[in-house]
Design a protein around this ligand. Structure first.
Ligand SMILES: Nc1nc2c(c(=O)[nH]1)N(C=O)[C@@H](CNc1ccc(C(=O)N[C@@H](CCC(=O)O)C(=O)O)cc1)CN2
Ligand SMILES: Nc1ncnc2c1ncn2[C@@H]1O[C@H](COP(=O)(O)OP(=O)(O)OP(=O)(O)O)[C@@H](O)[C@H]1O
Length: 193
């Protein structure tokens, strides 16, 4: 089976090559998919990510969430505990800085942090997903660690976001991987058991 790092490399290249027109269309379709999710209306505190590396563009979705008076949170690399994320409130005026991976993140201010267990929906970026809901990320294990901290009944709050071209038939699974129950692409909501 193809190794995780080779799949990561291939799919990252594929998504980086999407045109800006394709990205814009995908971003619009994403908004209608998400606002139609059954959990959407009852979710107030929503974690997203700031797009990087050809990922599905979340900017239109974030604007929509703000208009609907939802509260948006973005992952910030934990300043002391390597490999962990802190979720920080993101508003239209929030100042941003670039982290060591070149990804934008809000400044870390204690009063803007939300405990992960208080997030109603956590949209996770991913590099590749398979037909069983397995998720391959950028390789830091950040979301795996976040998921592992929570009781099993919180797993329905994690929803992967990806372009259709990020689907592969089967990923090599690691012992720490927790599969996602839902993955949203611009054209489809995938549900896994
Ligand atoms: N937009 C966005 N924000 C995010 C994530 C993400 O995937 N997307 N993360 C999700 O966890 C965290 C950052 N994780 C990252 C982990 C590794 C690399 C990275 O650039 N790694 C190396 C080697 C990658 C490889 O093994 O192939 C590199 O590309 O040079 C970037 C981000 C938090 N924020
Ligand atoms: N729950 C966990 N506890 C401790 N270490 C973990 C955990 N999950 C993953 N790791 C470690 O993190 C490293 C990267 O894991 P992996 O390649 O699965 O990341 P990823 O899913 O691609 O990245 P991300 O979740 O950040 O998008 C591995 O070396 C693994 O040992």
């Amino acid at each position: 089976m193809t190794s995780r790092s080779v799949i990561r490399q291939q799919i990252r290249l594929t998504r980086q090559q999407l045109s800006s027109a394709e990205q814009q269309t995908a971003a619009k379709k994403l908004v209608s998919q998400i606002t139609n999710l059954p959990q959407f209306n009852t979710s107030q505190h929503i974690a997203l990510y700031l797009t990087n590396d050809g990922e599905l563009d979340t900017s239109l979705l974030i604007q929509t969430l703000w208009q609907l008076h939802k509260t948006v949170y973005i992952p910030v690399l934990h300043p002391f505990t390597a490999g962990y994320l802190v979720f920080v409130r993101y508003e239209p005026t929030s100042p941003l800085q670039t982290n060591k991976f070149g990804i934008k993140q809000p400044l870390l201010a204690c009063q803007n942090i939300i405990p992960v267990a208080e997030l109603d929906l956590i949209f996770t970026p991913l590099v590749a997903f398979d037909s069983q809901g397995n998720r391959l990320g950028m390789g830091g294990g950040f979301y795996d660690r976040t998921l592992a901290q929570l009781p099993a009944d919180y797993r329905s709050r994690f929803v992967g976001l990806a372009h259709s071209c990020q689907q592969v038939s089967a990923l090599p699974i690691a012992s720490w991987d927790i599969p996602l129950q839902t993955i949203v692409t611009p054209d489809k909501i995938w549900r896994f058991k």
